[in-house]
Design a binder for this molecule. Structure first.
Ligand code: GTP
Ligand code: MG
Length: 191
């Protein structure tokens, strides 16, 4: 893994997902350490210098937006990505269903069925969780997706608004690129 990381001059971290799930807000919260109350549809790629990243590799945050890009534009970003954060909103079930209905198949269409680009499921807006929907059952929803799509490395919930788990998200994304390993549940199928 060390030689692997030495070869990488930077990590291209791509955020994709449905409209209004909070991709742009996540990026701007992460870099400015405060929640932006008003955001453009899309930010320019932002490079985080190595010394302030968890694994000390420069990381380029790349935003996408169906509001101002075509599916083809997003497709050409998918093929350039080192790691993909697939964002949904925990308070909008349709954005969750579209992970397996649309986004993961779309990523496979671009990269091939056995591609090795790690995907991280990101449930944003955790600050809006209603009390009756506990986090455990919500995270359990990701398990069948991880069974079906082995490229899904991990799943977490975060909030661009409160910044909960943003550092973790960044850390998981870097780790997924630098230390690739079999996904959590693959051993079950191989027995
Ligand atoms: P597109 O560019 O259309 O694809 O949207 P996007 O995914 O970039 O979402 P954007 O960052 O524009 O956020 C959409 C709306 O959700 C905005 O009103 C944000 O203020 C709000 N939002 C984003 N993140 C959070 C969050 O963590 N919590 C809450 N409560 N609202 C959020
Ligand atoms: Mg946006």
């Amino acid at each position: 893994a060390a030689s692997e990381s030495a070869k990488l001059r930077s990590i291209r971290l791509l955020l994709v997902g449905d409209e209004l799930v909070g991709k742009t807000s996540l990026i701007l919260s992460l870099v400015s350490e405060q929640f932006p109350f008003s955001v453009p549809p899309r930010t320019q790629p932002i490079t985080i210098p190595p010394d302030v990243t968890p694994e000390h590799v420069a990381t380029i945050l790349v935003d996408t937006s169906l509001r101002e890009q075509t599916e083809n534009d997003i497709g050409s970003e998918i093929v350039r990505a080192d790691v993909i954060c697939l964002v949904y909103s925990i308070v909008d079930d349709e954005t969750f269903h579209r992970l397996s209905k649309y986004w993961l198949p779309k990523i496979r269409e671009k990269l091939g069925d056995n591609h090795k680009v790690p995907v991280i499921l990101v449930g944003n807006k955790s600050d809006e969780r209603f009390e009756y929907r506990d986090q455990e059952s919500s995270l359990n929803r990701a398990i069948p997706i991880m069974h079906k799509f082995k490229e899904v490395e991990t799943s977490l919930e975060c909030s661009a608004k409160t910044m909960k788990n943003l550092a973790e998200l960044f850390f998981y994304a870097q780790k997924a690129v630098l230390y690739p390993h079999a996904p959590l549940y693959s051993s079950v199928d191989q027995m």
